[in-house]
Design a protein around this ligand. Structure first.
Ligand code: APR
Length: 333
C-alpha cells in the first residue's frame, strides 16, 4: 500500500529511511529526535550530523541509519508553531516535500514519517496531519514509493474536529450494531417512518436502483470484477497508473488484477478502485457486487466510505486518514 498510517515507535519501523523531526543544528534532542539518536547510536549519528552542520526549517538532509533497522535517516526541520501567521503551513509542507525528494534522489523505495512539528514545536496535530496527507498524497500520485505515517500514541492522531463530528453523526444515523436495544430502537424508528413518507420513497429508490442495475446487467451480463474495472477505466479515459495510484495500491498488485479475469479482489481493494474511478454510491455498489460484496450498515468502514462518496470526496488519502481516526482498516492493497 503506497500510504499506510500506523501506530508505532518509528525507531522500530523497517523502511529504507525514517524521518527525524530535527532541529536546524542537527543536534540530538528530545521527542522522536532523541529516540532516533539513541536507537541509531548517538555518537555515530551525532558525528554524521556535525559533518553536515546545519539545515534550515523547511529543508531536509540525509545520513546513514547506523544501528537502526532503517538504512537512512532523513532529518527534516519543521517550523516552530507561532500562531499560524508566520508561514508555518508552507514550511511544514516544504519539509515533507524536501524529505520525499531526498528519498527519491537516493532511489529509496520506502520512507516513514513521524508527525513533524507536532510535539516540542507545538504545531496543532489535526492541521499538521492535513498538511502531511496533502503533500504525501500529491507526491504518491506522481511517484512509486511506500510512505508510512507513524503515529506514536492515540492522542497524537486527530483529524479536524469538524470532520470527525460530521462523520461520527453520519455513522450514528446509519450504523446498525448487534445490540438488541439498538435493534429494537431501529425497528421502532423504521415502523414510525413506514407509517408516513418512508415507504413510498424507499419503493421509488429501489425501483430506480433496480432499473439501473438491470440496465447494467443486460448490457454486460457476464462481466467479472476485473472486466468491469477495465471497461470503466477505458470509458473514463483514465490510465492504469492514474487508477492504481489514486487507489493507493501498488503497480504489481494492479497488474495481477489486470491479468486475471477471475481475480478475487478483497473488499478493501474493490472499494479503493471504486474511489479511484470516482464512482458514485450506486456505481460503487455495482462494482462491489461484481466482486461479491455489498456495502453494509453494520460496518463502520462502509458507512465512512459512503459518507465520502455522498460528499463527492474521492481522495483516498483523506478517506484513509478518517478511517484510521475511527480505528478502521485502511483502503488499498
Ligand atoms: N516514534 C514516532 N513518533 C514519535 C516518537 C517515536 N518514538 N516519539 C515522539 N513521537 C511523536 C510525538 O508524539 C509528536 O507527535 O513525534 C511527533 C513530533 O514531536 P517531537 O519529537 O517533539 O518533534 P517536533 O515537534 O518537530 O520538535 C522538534 O524537538 O526533539 C527536538 O531536536 C528536536 O528541536 C527539535 C524539536
Amino acid at each position: 500500500m503506497p500510504l499506510r498510517i500506523i501506530r508505532n515507535d518509528i525507531t522500530r519501523v523497517k523502511a529504507d529511511a525514517i524521518v527525524n523531526a530535527a532541529n536546524s543544528q542537527l543536534r540530538a534532542g528530545g521527542g522522536v529526535c532523541g529516540a532516533i539518536f539513541a536507537a541509531a547510536g548517538e555518537a555515530e549519528l551525532s558525528q554524521a550530523c556535525r559533518a553536515i552542520g546545519y539545515c534550515p526549517p523547511g529543508q531536509a538532509v540525509i545520513t546513514p541509519g547506523f544501528q537502526l533497522p532503517a538504512k537512512f535517516v532523513i532529518h527534516a526541520v519543521g517550523p516552530v508553531w507561532q500562531g499560524g501567521q508566520h508561514g508555518e503551513r508552507e514550511l511544514l509542507a516544504n519539509c515533507y516535500q524536501a524529505a520525499l525528494e531526498l528519498a527519491l534522489a537516493h532511489r529509496l523505495r520506502s520512507i516513514a514519517f513521524p508527525l513533524i512539528s507536532t510535539g516540542i514545536y507545538g504545531y496543532p496535530k489535526a492541521e499538521a496531519l492535513q498538511v502531511a496527507i496533502r503533500v504525501i498524497g500529491a507526491f504518491l500520485l506522481e511517484h512509486d514509493m511506500t510512505v508510512t505515517l507513524v503515529v506514536y500514541d492515540g492522542a497524537s492522531f486527530a483529524i479536524s474536529e469538524k470532520l470527525f463530528s460530521s462523520i461520527a453523526a453520519y455513522i450514528d444515523d446509519r450504523y446498525l450494531d448487534e445490540h438488541p436495544d439498538r435493534r429494537r430502537y431501529r425497528q421502532m424508528e423504521s415502523f414510525e417512518l413506514s407509517e408516513s413518507m418512508a415507504e413510498p420513497i424507499d419503493m421509488m429508490m429501489s425501483q430506480v436502483k433496480a432499473s439501473r442495475s438491470l440496465d447494467d446487467l443486460v448490457k454486460h451480463p457476464d462481466e467479472t470484477f476485473s472486466q468491469m474495472l477495465l471497461r470503466l477505466i477505458d470509458e473514463k479515459g483514465l490510465t492504469d497508473a492514474v487508477v492504481y495510484k489514486r487507489a493507493n495500491i501498488d503497480r504489481r498488485h494492479f497488474s495481477k488484477i489486470r491479468g486475471d479475469i477471475q481475480y478475487q479482489a478483497k473488499k478493501a481493494t474493490a472499494l479503493a478502485l471504486a474511489i479511484a474511478l470516482e464512482l458514485n454510491l450506486d456505481e460503487t455498489r455495482d462494482l462491489l457486487a461484481r466482486a461479491g460484496y455489498a456495502l453494509s450498515r453494520s460496518s463502520k468502514m462502509d458507512i465512512i466510505i459512503e459518507y465520502f462518496l455522498t460528499e463527492g470526496n474521492h481522495n483516498i488519502f483523506e478517506i484513509n486518514e478518517a478511517l484510521f481516526a475511527f480505528d478502521q482498516p485502511l483502503l488499498g492493497a
